[in-house]
Design a protein around this ligand. Structure first.
Ligand SMILES: *Cc1c(COP(=O)(O)O)cnc(C)c1O
Length: 356
């Protein structure tokens, strides 16, 4: 942990106040920079909480249907069940790993109950937010963005914060801005953010506080708030973030350079003005199991993001053949700010050998 985390933690611990308070507010202030997370950020205790709160604050009707891509972490779908909705899985594009707009169109044409779609910027590769929002608007469907991988990403040369949709970020230990546990939802307007700030702490509203009345609860909420201990770590993480993101980006570029014209299929942005923040480096290979074993024997760790959601008991029934195939072929190669570029070359050489 950086020294600055220690100092900031000490300050909070010695301040006599360790709950939701001024440090969380300062963290939100920093996050609201448009080049970071932007809009009106509300700090929470997880990215999953952020997705759930997004559905609530967007007034997605309970009992309706929520569409999510099959290639994502379980949270993206489980929050819809938690909101008493039905989940429907959209298929993905093999090139980007993101939700396939043709699948979205097909579903909207045949499923009248869809009220929201949660799009995921897979591995940091931005979805086509504008095209998706156009289709959704035509059907009166709300778009929510799962930005768990999207810190440092850019869509058409612009920061992700320029999207008008509610966005959900995660600060889990594995993410680019890592607190351990934490997340935040961002809202396009102050009124929604204020409502989210009440709902994150059980719905408690102290605006009409008097000597006789400590608080009101106009709407029942959740226990989703961040506290000042986590926010102190978050503030320290922001300090080193730009350098870490630059490093992730250069690692990703090196992989792409080295693996171009090899049998390894890259998963990447299709528009030259889009930019992945480099959360992960997914590639597609044949004989994935053998390749992973051989990489492991060469001292190279790899991950699988993700098992397709159709394999879990979500009650979702639509087939997603592209996502299922993608999930059999995908390997995520190491991306970490502490790896140097020589090591990336080593990984690429071993990977190309495995494919021969
Ligand atoms: C990590 C992740 C989440 C959930 O974040 P938590 O902070 O662990 O709750 C949601 N969606 C995706 C795509 C993720 O990778």
């Amino acid at each position: 942990m950086e020294r600055s985390s220690m100092e900031r933690l000490r300050q909070v611990l010695e301040s006599g106040w360790i709950g939701l308070g001024p440090v969380t507010e300062q963290f939100e202030q920093e996050l609201s920079r448009p080049d970071l997370i932007g809009k009106y950020p509300v700090a929470l205790n997880s990215g999953t909480a952020a997705l759930h709160l997004a559905l609530v604050v967007a007034d997605v009707p309970q009992g309706s249907t929520v569409m999510v891509p099959a290639n994502t972490f379980i949270s993206t779908a489980s929050v819809a069940l938690q909101h008493h909705c039905r989940v429907i899985l959209a298929d993905i594009e093999r090139t980007t790993g993101n939700i396939d707009l043709n699948s979205v169109r097909d579903i909207l044409a045949t499923e009248p109950d869809v009220s929201a779609v949660i799009a995921v910027h897979y591995s940091g590769i931005p979805c086509d937010i504008e095209a998706l929002s156009d289709i959704a608007n035509r059907h009166g469907v709300t778009v929510i963005e799962d930005c768990a991988h999207a810190i440092g990403s850019q869509w058409r040369g612009r920061p992700m914060s320029e999207s008008p949709n509610i966005q959900a970020y995660s600060f889990h230990a594995t993410k680019a801005l890592a607190i351990g546990e934490g997340g935040c939802a961002t809202f396009p307007d102050a009124v929604s953010a204020e409502r989210a700030k009440r709902l994150r702490r059980l719905g408690i509203d102290t605006r009409a506080r008097t000597w006789g009345n400590p608080y009101d609860i106009p709407e029942i909420g959740f226990k989703y708030n961040m506290g000042d201990i986590a926010a102190a770590v978050g503030l320290a993480q922001i300090e080193g973030l730009r350098d870490k993101l630059d490093k992730r980006r250069s690692i990703m570029c090196r992989y792409r350079e080295r693996l171009a014209d090899s049998p390894v299929e890259l998963v990447r942005e299709t528009d030259p003005t889009d930019r992945s923040g480099g959360f992960a480096m997914p590639v597609l290979v044949r004989n994935r199991e053998r390749v992973r074993k051989e990489l492991d024997a060469a001292g190279i760790e790899s991950e699988i993001y993700f098992k397709p959601l159709g394999t879990f008991p979500l009650g979702a029934t639509r087939p997603t053949p592209v996502a299922d195939r993608f999930a059999q072929d995908v390997i995520c190669l190491p991306v970490h700010p502490l790896i140097d570029l020589d090591e990336i070359d080593y990984i690429c050489d071993r990977l190309i050998e495995c494919m021969a």
